[in-house]
Design a protein around this ligand. Structure first.
Ligand code: GRF
Length: 207
């Protein structure tokens, strides 16, 4: 049984998709052992509590410096005996010491087709603002393993979403979440939980 620790910062709709997918059997051989938020007000924590899942807030504001915050986050992940760390709407930059401790065992959902509209300046609505400003006709979402870069790790799954006339960043964000994020995040977890993929020469391959 793969032990999942899900890191969140906001509404938690990706977390909810994972909770629901485990409940309805779309994800097998996995359980969420902890949900951890840097934001005490994240509704994702409420979703975890409603699902009877350990919900922790580890906020940088509660630590004397960034290093102490990182140490507390790593300690919580190790205490939870997490096998896979899932960044689901997580706005915390994962430090090298955690990437090293969980090599190819951290995944992230990004709301674009990497390598487009990604990197340190592209997060949340900014991604969709960039998509609309550039006038691309197709966008989507990507689940990837986390390495020491920003949105640069091996790509696991992607799903395309058409941009429609009249889209605003908010409308497009919602469509990308509904049609792509909430589909590929659970699917990626199920692939990993059932040992269907691995990383070879920096690329994800099916086993
Ligand atoms: C989503 O668009 C996700 O791609 C991004 O954060 C947004 C909110 O996610 N990383 P959630 O509703 O908190 O899961």
């Amino acid at each position: 049984m793969l032990r999942l620790a899900v890191l969140v910062s906001g509404g938690g709709t990706n977390l909810q998709a994972i909770i629901d997918a485990i409940k309805d059997g779309q994800i097998t051989n996995a359980e969420i052992v902890a949900v951890i938020s840097n934001n005490p007000k994240a509704y994702a924590l409420e979703r975890a509590q409603q699902a009877g899942i350990l919900a922790l807030c580890i906020s940088p504001k509660d630590y004397q410096d960034r290093e102490a915050f990182h140490d507390a986050l790593l300690k919580a992940l190790l205490a939870a005996r997490a096998d896979l760390v899932v960044l689901a709407g997580c706005l915390v930059v994962i430090p090298e010491k955690i990437v090293d401790a969980f090599e190819n065992r951290i995944i992230n959902i990004h709301p674009s087709l990497i390598p487009s509209f990604c990197g340190k300046d592209y997060y949340g609505l900014r991604v969709h603002e960039g998509v609309l400003a550039r006038g691309v006709k197709v966008t989507g979402a990507t689940v990837h393993f986390v390495d020491k870069g920003t949105d640069t790790g091996p790509i696991i799954l992607q799903k395309a979403v058409c941009v429609q006339a009249g889209d605003t960043p908010e409308i497009l964000q919602r469509r990308v979440m509904e049609e792509a994020e909430w589909v590929i995040m659970p699917k990626a977890i199920d692939l990993i939980a059932n040992n269907k993929i691995t990383v070879v020469d920096g690329k994800v391959v099916e086993i």
